[in-house]
Each structure stands twice: as C-alpha cells, then as structure tokens.
Design a binder for this molecule. Structure first.
Ligand code: HEC
Ligand code: HEC
Length: 325
C-alpha cells in the first residue's frame, strides 16, 4: 500500500517540494476569539463532542473489550493511540489522537484550537486527516466554539502518548497539502432546515465509515452510504468489522421505520454496553454505539430522514467476519 501511495502521489510531491523549499506547514493566522464558559454553551459542547462529532471517542484510550470500543473511564479526552490501519494508512505509522485536556491545550488560544478542529493545522504542524477536519469545516461556528468551551472544562490529565511518526518523508510532505482554511463564519441553522441536517450529517461522520472508499480513504462519489467497508477490529473480538448499507434499499435500511432506527441507537447506553464484555473471538464492532446513544431523538430522527433520501444502492454486506484460526 505504501508503494501505491508513493506511486500515485509522486507527481504531486515533486510539485509541492518545488513550491516549498523550507517548510510547508500552512501558516494561516488563528482567529482571535474568546469562547467563554457559559454553562449552556459548555453543555452544547459536551453534547456535540461526546455524542455527535465523537471527538471524545477518538481522543481517549479505547476499550476493545466492549461493543464499539468506548473510551476507558477516566481517560475521556486524555488522548489515545489510534490504529492507522483503521484509516487505511500504511502500517508502521504512529498517529496518536492527542490529549485535549487543559494539561495539553492549556497554552493554546481558542483560535488555535478552532484552526486545528476545522482547518487541520495544529500549533506548528499540519494534522493527519485521521482527525476529520474536512468534515468539521462545515460545522456551525457557534458549535465549534461550544466544543472548545467544553474542552476547557475537562479535568487536566497528563498523558504518556508517543510522538506522531509518519515513517515516510513523502507522507510528511503530503500531510502539509491537505488542510484548508476553515470558513470564516458558518451560521447555525434551525432544526427542520435542510442545512441543519447537512451540518449534522457532516459532524456525525456516518458517511466516512459507511461508504466505500478510495485508497486515500475518501468516500467514492455515487456509492455514498452503501456500506461494505471492512475495518480491523482488535482483540478480544478480532476479525473484521464491516460497515452496513444505510441506503433505503432492502439490503440497507429499507425496512427500518423511524422508530426502529431511533430505538436501535437508544438501546446501546453505557450501562448496556459495559454489562456485556466481548468474548475472545466474539462479535465486536467499530460502530461507536455508546457515544451515539446519547444523541437526542430529534437529531437521530433528522439523520434517519436524511438517509431515507439518499440513492438506494443494493449491497448486502456482512457486519462482521470472525478472526481466522
Ligand atoms: C476519528 C478520530 C478522531 C475524531 C473523531 C476527532 N479527532 Fe481530533 N485528532 C485525531 C488524531 C488522530 C489527531 C492527531 C493527528 C496528527 O497528529 O496528525 C487529532 C488531532 C486533534 C487536535 C490537534 C491536537 C494537537 O496536539 O496537535 C485537536 C485540537 C483535535 N484533534 C480536536 C478534536 C475535536 C474537538 C474533535 C471533535 C470535533 C476531534 N478532534 C475529533 C483523531 C480524531
Ligand atoms: C467508525 C466507523 C463508523 C461510524 C463513524 C458509524 N458507523 Fe454505523 N456501523 C459501523 C459498523 C462497522 C457497523 C456494523 C457492525 C454493527 O452493526 O455494529 C455499523 C452498523 C450500523 C447500523 C446497524 C445496521 C444494521 O443493519 O444492524 C446502523 C443503523 C448504523 N451503523 C448507522 C450509523 C449512523 C447513522 C452513523 C452516524 C451517526 C454511523 N453509523 C456511524 C461503523 C460506523
């Protein structure tokens, strides 16, 4: 895969290298903002970070002993190792999801955190798109600011995460070319509005796991939401977790009512998930069920309605294939 990546990106790299002899980390100035700590705003941020944009699912140590690998209690926001293979990145890379608690972001300005979330540029480096900045670009400005306010209220937790290691010089260079400046301001739409639905879908990221992907892990146009993407699932479960077809085809969610959909999500509360440890070699899934169970019925309903309108695609996929003996 690494070779393929090199082959495809070589012409681009030559251009990029020629264009920036010293360093090409994008240097847009962070916005000057002060998100404050209004309790209602912090609460909105808590909701989005934990249950919609699932920042906390990634930025924690994940426990593969439970359905959907929820965060290990006490590590929420402290960061954790991610598995590059999950993002179709070459093996041997180390891309930790960094610590987001004040122990790490204490000296970042609100504007710098904003630029990282929605622009893909950290304090002095471009971020690998394992952090889904391209989909957070469309998040309403107020919502991103609410998430930052919430991050400021996390208990400071030190971490011992390793440094990022991208293994190939070409990848180090390529990473600098992906970020784009976040839009200046995106207004939050009212629920019921089409743009509200679009913003919610972008933030929730269903598309990325549930769509067949190109080699660089971008959704293939025309096949959106048709599922069938295999993802490695670490032990104790093991094997491959396959995303399912969410289109309104009979092989997808065709037969699901709105109530079926909402209650399927509402069932996997933390209590339910933690009560049933995964057996060695048993079924597990990468679908972050526990995180999404905290989504409001209203938002889940908007997602259902949106998925009803996508093009039906026939694609029966397993949900899981067990580890090979
Ligand atoms: C799919 C997993 C995933 C999700 C979801 C995710 N992130 Fe990230 N995030 C990462 C990874 C991995 C990195 C590190 C990328 C790198 O080092 O190149 C990162 C980097 C960051 C950084 C830069 C930190 C630093 O020290 O450079 C911030 C800030 C951040 N994420 C905040 C968030 C917020 C807020 C959300 C939710 C809106 C979020 N992330 C959602 C995986 C994720
Ligand atoms: C990290 C990848 C990932 C993300 C993000 C994700 N899913 Fe999934 N999803 C999966 C996988 C893998 C499965 C299959 C295993 C299972 O059923 O748990 C699945 C299963 C499902 C199912 C069950 C279908 C069935 O036939 O039982 C539904 C419904 C679903 N996802 C909807 C969503 C929605 C809606 C979102 C966004 C809010 C979403 N998923 C985000 C990976 C993901």
């Amino acid at each position: 895969m690494a070779n393929a990546l090199r082959r495809r990106t070589l012409p681009l790299l030559v251009l990029v290298l020629a264009a920036c002899a010293v360093s090409c980390v994008p240097r847009w100035r962070p916005r000057v903002i002060d998100v404050g700590l209004d309790p209602a705003v912090v609460e909105r941020g808590r909701y989005l970070a934990n249950h919609v944009a699932i920042c906390i699912t990634c930025h924690s140590e994940r426990d593969y002993a439970y359905l959907g690998a929820p965060p290990k209690p006490g590590t929420e926001g402290r960061g954790g190792l991610t598995i590059p293979e999950l993002f179709k990145a070459p093996r041997g890379l180390i891309i930790p999801a960094p610590n987001l608690t004040p122990a790490a972001l204490g000296d970042w300005t609100d504007g710098e955190i904003y630029r990282a979330i929605a622009g893909g540029v950290g304090q002095n480096r471009a971020l690998f798109p394992a952090h889904p900045f391209s989909k957070y670009r469309t998040m309403p400005t107020e919502d991103i600011e609410a998430i930052i306010a919430y991050l400021r209220t996390l208990p400071p937790m030190p971490d011992e995460l390793p440094e990022r290691y991208l293994k190939y010089r070409s990848l180090e260079t390529l990473v600098n070319t992906w970020p784009q400046p976040p839009p200046k301001h995106t207004q939050r739409a009212e629920p019921g509005n089409r743009r509200y639905a679009k913003n919610l879908m972008d933030a929730a990221g269903c598309l990325w796991c549930h769509s067949p992907q190109t080699r660089l892990a971008f959704p293939i146009p025309g096949k959106e939401f048709s599922g069938g993407v295999p993802m490695l699932i670490p032990p104790p479960g093991g094997g491959l977790s396959w995303s399912t077809n969410l289109t309104p085809d009979p092989t997808g969610l065709g037969a699901w009512s709105r109530d079926d959909f909402i209650s399927r999500f509402k069932r996997t509360t933390p209590e339910v998930v933690r009560a049933r440890p995964i057996e060695p070699g048993g079924f597990n899934s990468l679908m972050p069920w526990e995180a999404y169970s905290g989504m409001t019925e209203e938002d889940l309903g908007v997602i259902y309605d949106t998925l009803r309108e996508v093009k039906p695609i026939e694609n029966a996929s397993p949900r899981w294939t067990p580890p090979e003996e």
